[in-house]
Design a protein around this ligand. Structure first.
Ligand SMILES: Nc1ncnc2c1ncn2[C@@H]1O[C@H](COP(=O)(O)OP(=O)(O)O)[C@@H](O)[C@H]1O
Ligand SMILES: [Mg+2]
Length: 377
């Protein structure tokens, strides 16, 4: 036997080295894969404690991986979705998927599609795919369609209704003219008819505005001037225990809007803020510029320069569940006779017709901010 041939011991070591090398290569391939995919990959133990997370966890949720490992997965599920979370399936059961919101480190929540599986040894594997954008777009679309449909219905009804009211008021006015002076009771009744008719007519005008059927008279203005113009009216409506302030970043651009309608929007927002603060506190107007790139911005805004008007109060705030209904016509939390639920629907209609958009953020017990976005000219 030539002595340059390896002994069996040496052969054994060589094979071992090769195997280790191959193992290391596949392992690093898997690690690279796990490190680079945009979905969260996780492994949990039988009790649901996190044992492994890939880096996507940190980039999507913001929590450092080292901190999250060892904690219970359910702690990261948004409070409002915990009741729906049924956990990992039993071993041998088919994979399970669910739409669920996870908390992020900054306190916000994001929608994920969670794919879950349990292996026979009890280990649980999960894949979380970020579907936040799709869910939000779908919600916005549904909301826009609903508003559109209600708007058309309300607009159509209001239009016909207004024609009838014109006849009613006109008839009552003619009758009042020919009512004998000797019959003051009849005169009073007719005046009442006219008054009620006019009030109904005002309501239908609001409905028409919401149904986007109003004629707009556009002018190039600065929102600051529109606010200044009606400041004393606003102050009068807000009452003496409310301070109205205007914070103005001086560069704020001009917009092309119907000034009267935009003042109607501002008035509505102030009245709502007053009601939310029970007549005591501070309402802050703030104006700023917003430049949007090609990807567009919040809501359905297109690229370009915008002016943002925000109206903030520190009133009672809006419940989470109410937020999505807030711009719907007839949605009101005020007692009967106090609210019509048409204020914000009208604002929304007017702002849309002025090629803008509105949104709202609110924290219960802390306050609310409504924002109006308008394209700058
Ligand atoms: N600034 C605000 N703070 C808290 N809740 C608000 C605010 N603005 C509006 N809301 C809520 O939105 C609802 C709808 O407002 P709106 O359309 O103006 O109708 P209305 O004022 O007649 O109720 C209100 O009933 C209220 O619950
Ligand atoms: Mg209102």
């Amino acid at each position: 036997m030539p002595d340059d041939l390896p002994t069996s011991d040496e052969l054994h070591t060589q094979v071992q080295h090769r195997l280790i090398e191959e193992l290391e290569t596949t392992e690093s391939l898997h690690r690279d894969l796990l490190d680079s995919i945009p979905e969260v990959v996780m492994r949990c133990d039988e009790e649901g404690r996190i044992a492994y997370l890939n880096p996507a966890w940190e980039s999507l949720l913001g929590f450092p991986r080292a901190e999250s490992i060892g904690s219970v997965l359910t702690d990261y599920i948004a409070e409002k979705d915990r009741a729906r979370w049924i956990g990992f399936p039993e071993a041998g059961s088919p994979d399970q998927t669910s739409h669920i919101r996870f908390k992020r480190q900054d306190g916000s929540v994001r929608w994920f599609l969670a794919g879950l599986r349990r292996s026979p040894d009890g280990n649980c594997f999960g894949l979380l795919q970020d579907i936040n954008e799709q869910v939000e777009l779908a919600q916005q679309l549904r909301q826009a369609q609903k508003m559109e449909a209600i708007g058309r219905l309300a607009g159509g009804v209001a239009h016909d209704f207004n024609n009838l009211l014109t006849v009613i008021i006109g008839g009552a006015e003619t009758a009042l003219q020919s009512a004998p002076d000797s019959d003051p009771g009849l005169q009073d009744d007719l005046k009442l008819v006219i008054e009620a008719g006019e009030r109904a007519s005002k309501l239908t005008r609001e409905l028409l505005a919401f149904g986007r059927r109003q004629v707009m008279q556009f002018q190039v203005v600065r929102l600051r001037d529109l606010i200044e113009e009606i400041k004393s009216i606003l102050q009068h409506m807000a009452g003496e225990h409310i301070v109205i302030e205007l914070e103005d970043r001086c560069a704020v651009g001009e917009v092309s809007v119907d000034p009267d309608k935009m003042q109607q929007v501002i008035t509505n927002l102030v009245v709502n803020a007053r009601d939310a603060m029970d007549g005591h506190g501070r309402i802050l107007f703030s104006l700023s510029d917003l430049e949007l790139g090609n990807e567009g911005g919040p809501l359905e805004l297109s690229a370009g320069s915008h002016v943002v008007l925000s109206v903030s109060d520190h009133g009672k705030g809006i419940e989470d569940g109410d937020l999505e209904k807030i711009f719907e016509p007839f949605f009101t939390t005020k007692e009967e006779g106090k609210g019509t639920g048409l204020g914000l629907a009208t604002c929304h209609g007017i702002v849309s017709q002025n090629r803008g958009a509105m949104d709202v953020t609110s924290t219960l017990g802390v306050g609310t901010t409504f924002r109006v976005y308008l394209p700058a000219v």
